[in-house]
Unconditional design. Sequence first.
Length: 361
Amino acid sequence: MGFLDGLFGNKKGGSVIGVDVGSSSLKVVQLRREGGTAVLETYGEIALGPYAGGQVGQATNLPADKIAETLKDLLREANVTTKNAGLSIPFSRSLLTLVSLPRRANDEEQKTVISLEARKYIPVPVQEVQLDWFIVPEAIPEGGTPSSNVQVLLVAVHNDELTLLQKVVEGAGLETSFFEIEIFSTIRSVVDEPVKPVMVLDIGASATKVYVVERGVVALSHNIRQGGQDVTRTIASAHGLEVSKAESLKKEHGFTDGNASYERKTIELVFSRIFDEAKRALTKYETAHQKAVSALILTGGGGVTKDLAAYAKSFFSIDVHVADPFAKTSAPAFMRPVLQEIGPEFAVAVGLALRKLEELN
Ligand SMILES: Nc1ncnc2c1ncn2[C@@H]1O[C@H](COP(=O)(O)OP(=O)(O)OP(=O)(O)O)[C@@H](O)[C@H]1O
Ligand SMILES: [Mg+2]
């Protein structure tokens, strides 16, 4: 790709990239700050499947040096002109838990309480993870007093994942100031609702990440171990097709009726399983918080599936939006239809680049 840069000029100063290390593909988005807007300079994607002896659209588990090599190819093909990068951490390699802990007036004491209590919630030895946390700002009603507990979002990431990403960064010749769990990147690029809870479904290749965001905070998150590759495999086996053929048919037709290659009920079967599990998470949130989720945002490559939004709407009986992360960037009008269509795949990369841009200020 990289066909955008000729159009936008090629200023190198102040450009940043977001790099999404997905299980099935690497994605990059390059942005530049111009006044108050984030200008889209270039973007690109490269499938990892073929580098792992598999097919486009299939999940991989490649070593750092292979990922770095592939990333170098992508940076070249997309005409990326900067080394300033932010990278994503897969949700499956991390842990997010919202816990309620006793409030302490003193900051130091509060830190001690959190770090001692955190251990109880992390199901692996603490030395195997990097631990971080955020205290969720409380919405205190006028004239009210803070509650006796604080809400704390605990975040843990496997050390070996961070080591892998560090090697990828070095191998690809990039410079990075942060790794961010993909959920936070996506929230930045696609969730605009400031108050009401919304549910995000990031349908990737190997997994679907489902989470509820309320006032910008992840109130619940869950990893469903099924994604786009399961859709493709099911179409392939149900209709005796090669995986690569099933993949391209799926991308062409999605849920659209009246295609002779596979039946709608085949694709519906897989999505209904994913949605069933997502619905359980949704119900769990609504029961625990006594609040209704107001909308569903579809993202990830699977979110591009034709007519999926209509099916999701009838399945969940709530408002459904398909993510449009490039709407947060400035690009020529004629590019809009394309950017809107492929947007869901780039939500993580756009969110990472937006954070990296904020750092420049
Ligand atoms: N137009 C489309 N219609 C239907 N499915 C699509 C389309 N485009 C991509 N996909 C599917 O999306 C999946 C890849 O999505 P994505 O790029 O978000 O995954 P990933 O980030 O590599 O994976 P993960 O998030 O699980 O690590 C593939 O299974 C692919 O078949
Ligand atoms: Mg992904």
